[in-house]
Design a binder for this molecule. Structure first.
Ligand code: BDP
Length: 688
């Protein structure tokens, strides 16, 4: 067991769970047109049932007791009453029914992709040991575009990738189609992910040339039966680099004509192409501001080229200029005034927080503040700032926290993202993928769960993180209740643990330069102020934290009044975000009764203790988990335990050197001197 099979393992179920699969899937009936998608559904069901129940169901057209039927509306047998409307294009219903006198189970949908999603849902119910005779599910996605963003370069290096090389073998494409592409599509379809951006947002223009379009088209051909559309990151200066034009000015007619022709060419190669993702005027990327134009000018030009084909532009809001007083304010400052100026097929894609995928950030103030513009939520599944793939950090709770945050504009972030708050039909959510060529896909067994949690939340942003973790554990490791609960507890505790041992109490960006792996709170010599950890924590003799309240940068004013009011005052700011918004003296009295300094140390200690506890729990699970995966996870947890101490010790040593305060009584002193931590160098770190 090396983890290759992900959550689609289909190992034989035990006892009653196996018996019910045998009883409820004696035969398989396709009451729907044959298409590559329905074929994929049937193949998956046969494979799954064979694995779980030990025998393959007969494929037949006869309805008999115990049959499992795939039914589309147009072919629905008389007597099957369903509210088809609410299932939409991609939804499905699963339930028991009596048809022609036979007790059967139906997987029903309006179209074939719904049948595929329904088949995966039925298999999940079987794998997790649900009572299949009581099955009664109706499910339709709340978000229209559910996408992975691959930060994959054309040379197969993955930016911020910790799971090997890029899956896309551009050299061998389009002729050679690695079977892994199909497994990738199956895994995504099992979650309802329906779009993938193949190349890095730091894009090369080459991806838009004819040879690369042919390669992308070959991948699109593999993904199509699984309901997945291909998108590309587009380099804004491509008209200059590829077209030989003198400018990429979005208002220049020649530039517009170039993009129109390019879009036509893309759609000739990939008729169901999804659209372009664009990183513009950010971290050195070209963009409309190079020509004195704004983001709407740039996005709308591309939107105009894609519109005739039904494509969309996902225009990223991750921007920050060099002269920043507070980097957290910049995306809002540049984008909010443009609300209402974007073309109807533009979605502005916003990271979950205003800085950059930290272990904890408040939600991005743009959510709810641009009611006339569909906003996509961009989450990072790959753990750039959360211990790469060596640390076990389950992101379900992080994703849930941002989705359920109340924007103060009349709804949660989830309601902005699914379009319901402001009545947008177009809606999107994107996850920066953590997938590569490693046998286990994600660099570690538990990082698979982050891909899984993203997909489940993309389908329904209101699913509980705990529910998702339970399903994943049951599908991936075990359905035995005690073991399952123990693993779920570990996963749910792991996110707060990483916050505690890296950046407690609202601290952020304390990571060392470039690779962002270990601690570097002392770093203060980088070319740009807002790349330095010292810029973000502002620790000195007087205290610690970034004053974003009205007495400071006033970033808090970018939030709705009800939220801004709470977060303006340290006494009403949750401790989890305290030092994000406030600069406070070391002896500030915390709700716990401790001083801020003592609380900071206590949180670092708590983080280390939680990881030790995860390790103990995992060790005790040895009898429940196959030896290969058990040993692998145990080895990773040992690294995490050591590195949680490294984080704690280095940060405490540094903050003590700044605060000049003695360690609170009973505190274990850091193992090494501050200088020793500062002297650590890494010749190589993955993913840069
Ligand atoms: C940062 C990463 C960088 C990305 C950038 C982005 O460090 O590699 O290119 O975000 O999102 O998190 O564009």
């Amino acid at each position: 067991e090396d983890g290759y099979d992900l959550w689609l393992r289909y190992r034989p179920l035990a006892g009653a769970a196996q018996a019910q699969v045998q009883a409820r899937a004696r035969s398989l009936v396709l009451a729907a047109p044959t298409s590559p998608t329905t074929q994929a559904a049937v193949t998956e069901l046969r494979r799954g049932i064979q694995g779980l129940a030990g025998r393959e169901p007969e494929l037949t057209s006869r309805v008999s007791p115990g049959a499992l039927l795939l039914v589309t509306r147009a072919q629905a047998p008389a007597g099957l009453a369903l509210s088809w409307e609410e299932l939409g294009r991609e939804g499905y219903a699963l339930r028991r029914a009596t048809l022609q006198g036979a007790d059967v189970t139906v997987i029903a949908a309006n179209g074939d992709v719904g049948l595929l999603y329904g088949s995966f849902a039925w298999l999940r119910a079987a794998q997790t040991g649900e009572d299949l005779s009581k099955l009664d599910q109706r499910s339709a996605p709340k978000v229209a575009l559910r996408m992975l963003n691959h930060w994959d370069n054309l040379d197969r290096h993955v930016e911020r990738g910790y799971a090997g090389a890029s899956l896309w073998d551009w050299w061998k494409l389009p002729d050679i189609l690695d079977p892994r592409y199909t497994d990738y599509a199956r895994a995504n379809a099992s979650l309802g992910i329906n779009g993938t951006v193949l190349n890095n947002v730091n894009a090369k223009a080459d991806s838009l040339t004819a040879p690369y379009l042919a390669k992308a088209a070959a991948l699109a051909g593999v993904f199509r039966p699984y309901g997945i559309k291909v998108y590309l990151s587009a380099r804004f200066s491509a008209p200059v680099e590829l077209g030989g034009l003198k400018t990429a000015d979005p208002l220049d007619p020649a530039v517009r004509a170039w993009w129109k022709a390019k879009a036509d060419e893309v759609y000739r190669a990939i008729p169901d192409f999804g659209g372009f993702l664009v990183k513009a005027n950010s971290e050195g990327q070209p963009g409309p501001q190079d020509y004195g134009r704004n983001h709407a000018d740039g996005a709308n030009m591309l939107a105009e080229a894609l519109a005739p084909h039904g494509g969309v532009v996902l225009w990223r809001a991750f921007v920050y200029a060099a002269d920043a007083s507070d980097r957290a304010k910049q995306a809002y400052a540049e984008f909010q005034p443009l609300d209402g100026r974007f073309a109807p097929n533009v979605i502005v894609q916003v990271k979950n927080g205003p800085i950059d995928f930290q272990p904890r950030e408040p939600f991005h103030p743009l959510f709810g503040a641009m009611p006339k513009t569909p906003l996509a939520l961009e989450l990072q599944i790959t753990k750039e700032y959360l211990g790469f793939s060596t640390h076990l950090v389950h992101l379900g709770p992080l994703f849930e926290e941002v989705l359920q945050a109340d924007t103060g504009h009349g709804g949660t972030v989830a309601r902005v993202v699914d379009g319901s708050l402001e009545g947008h039909k177009l809606s999107a959510i994107a996850g920066v993928a953590n997938i590569g060529t490693d046998r286990n896909w994600s660099g570690s067994q538990f990082d698979q769960a982050n891909w899984y949690a993203f997909g489940r939340l993309a389908w329904d942003p209101d699913t509980k993180a705990g529910r998702i973790a339970r399903d994943w554990v049951a599908q991936t490791f075990t359905t035995r209740p005690a073991a399952r609960d123990a693993i779920v507890d570990m996963m749910l505790a792991s996110r707060e643990a990483v916050v505690d041992y890296m950046t407690p109490l609202g601290l952020h960006h304390l990571m060392d330069t470039g690779h962002h792996y270990g601690p570097g709170p002392w770093v203060n010599n980088l070319e740009r102020a807002d790349w330095n950890p010292t810029y973000f924590h502002k620790a000195g003799r007087d205290g610690i934290g970034f004053d974003r309240s009205p007495t400071g940068s006033n970033a808090v004013a970018q939030y709705a009044p009800s939220v801004a009011r709470l977060w303006s005052d340290p006494r009403t700011t949750p401790p989890e975000l305290l030092l994000w918004f406030h600069h406070l003296p070391w002896d500030y009295a915390m709700p716990s009764g401790r001083t801020l300094w003592a609380e900071l140390v206590a949180r670092y200690d708590r983080g280390v203790a939680t990881v030790d506890d995860m390790r103990r729990r995992w060790a005790a699970l040895e009898p429940d988990i196959d030896p290969q995966r058990h040993a692998e996870v145990a080895a990773y947890l040992a690294v995490q335990a050591r590195e949680a101490r490294w984080w704690r010790d280095a940060c405490i040593a540094y903050f003590q050197s700044v605060s000049g305060l003695p360690l609170p009584a009973g505190t274990r002193p850091p193992e090494q001197s501050l200088a020793a931590y500062q002297a650590l160098r890494f010749g190589f770190a993955p993913g840069r």
